[in-house]
Design a protein around this ligand. Structure first.
Ligand code: ARG
Length: 436
């Protein structure tokens, strides 16, 4: 199992392994190492008698996987799987989102919506490997993540039972902490962040606390990756991004793998106050919520990618693609990553990316991302067609005949239905709509 490591070992807690009627069934829990999933681990063991195996992925949140593994075992996991999944996440999830220029409601680059299908896949893989009967996640009943995790797990393994302990137990924060203390689960002693945070390579999501007032500006302590634009350097920084068939491959001429390039861009953009998002977001469960994000690399790459597409894709593709981008983004936001429709959209996007090779120059300046140049071997921009100066090869005479045919239907219609300001007003006044 590439890169994944096992610890603990099934049955390593002798006290838990015996119960009348033989071995207790196994459950695989998506485990972050935080309080919720730690309490969930214990609770699933206590309430349902499961032996719990945990799965923890690093998708770019700079997690101390060894510490999480140790904690899982300490809290009572019979086995703790941890895995650095950054490359997989970048290659199979982020890259597709980039091809779709995915920004939910025009703003949110799907940070959390992209990682959940990968977490679901890994949990299911481990569940099959250890022969588990059930899987579980620590999402609440109010958000989108429960949808993404649960529908992912169900799509990949319909035979497994899915548990959502946090949704089920309905404990208040205080009761949860009390439960944790009573069961020897480490409770963070440091002042806990007033926000609910989720982060990965593609960005950082910040929710709750002072952000729940949509009129209140996000407090500066909500941000960790980005400088306030007003404190960013007075000198802009220009970078060059190189794409090969839609894939970002180099930064300032230096070849990098996807994980390295995204990590570098988060750092550079963050320094220039780039990538802050403040929005009212419509969740699938029907509520509006105030969401704040930091996503310097995501926003920079999408902007650059769009600029290159504009240069190399024909007009017709550029008209249709955004429609499918919108659909793709909504589908993925709403937890349907494993639907065949997403695969079909991806096949379309993959075809469109073939000519998307070239360079884009981007200026980062006090929170702004400005494309200042683009070039591509398969550029459809032809200077000899576009120029107003000597060397113009555009066939001006051809325009005459073209205009005749282009305007024909409208011309014919208007010869029978003349446009006249007065008549138009009269029509409005006597229309049944305005009378009713
Ligand atoms: N609102 C975003 C989404 O639905 C971010 C969710 C962040 N998740 C979290 N557990 N804090 O994708």
């Amino acid at each position: 199992m590439h890169g994944a490591e096992l610890a603990g070992g099934v049955g390593s807690r002798p006290s838990g392994a015996e119960r009348a009627g033989g071995e207790r069934p196994l459950l695989v829990l998506a485990y972050s190492g935080g309080l919720d999933t730690s309490v969930a681990l214990k609770w699933l063991e206590e309430k349902y008698g499961f032996r719990v195996v945990t799965v923890t992925l690093d998708v770019g949140e700079a997690k101390d996987l060894e510490a999480v593994r140790a904690k899982a075992i300490k809290v009572g996991a019979v086995q703790a799987v941890v895995k650095d999944a950054r490359a997989e996440f970048a290659e199979e999830y982020i890259l597709r989102a980039l091809w779709a220029n995915a920004l939910y409601q025009g703003k949110y680059p799907l940070v959390s919506a992209l990682s959940r299908p990968l977490i679901a896949r890994e949990v299911v893989r481990v569940a099959r490997e250890v022969g588990a009967r059930a899987v579980a996640h620590g999402s609440t009943g109010k958000g989108n993540d429960q949808v993404r995790l649960e529908l992912g797990m169900k799509a990949l393994a319909p035979e497994l039972e899915v548990y959502a302990p946090v949704r089920e137990w309905g404990l208040t924060r205080d009761a949860e902490i009390e439960y944790a203390r009573a069961h020897g689960i480490p409770v963070p002693v440091t002042q806990e962040s007033p926000y609910s945070i989720d982060k990965n390579l593609w960005g950082r999501a910040i929710e709750a606390g002072a952000l729940e007032d949509p009129w209140a500006a996000p407090p500066e302590d909500a941000f960790l990756w980005t400088k306030p634009p007003e404190e960013a350097p007075d000198m802009p920084e220009e970078i060059v991004l190189t794409f090969a068939e839609g894939r970002p491959v180099a930064l300032n001429g230096e070849t990098m793998d996807l994980v390295g390039l995204i990590t570098a861009l988060n750092e550079i953009g963050g320094r220039h106050g780039v990538g802050r998002i403040d929005m009212i977001e419509d969740r699938l469960v029907g509520i509006k919520s105030r969401e704040v994000y930091e996503a310097p690399a995501a926003l920079t790459l999408i902007e650059a990618h769009r600029a290159l597409e504009a240069l190399v894709l024909p007009r017709e593709v550029l008209h249709v693609k955004p429609v499918l981008e919108l659909e793709w983004t909504r589908l993925v936001y709403n937890g349907l990553w494993y639907s065949p429709l997403r695969e079909a959209y991806d096949a379309f996007f993959a075809v469109t990316q073939k000519p998307v090779t070239g360079d884009v120059r981007v200026k980062l300046y006090k929170g702004n991302i400005v494309v200042t140049g683009r070039r591509a071997p398969k550029s459809l921009y032809r200077h000899d067609l576009a120029t107003y100066q000597t060397g113009d090869l555009f066939d001006h005479r051809a325009a005459e005949g073209f205009l005749k045919l282009w305007g024909l239907p409208t011309e014919l219609f208007r010869s029978l239905n003349p446009v006249s300001g007065g008549a138009f007003r009269a029509e409005l006044a006597s229309s049944p709509v305005s009378e009713g």
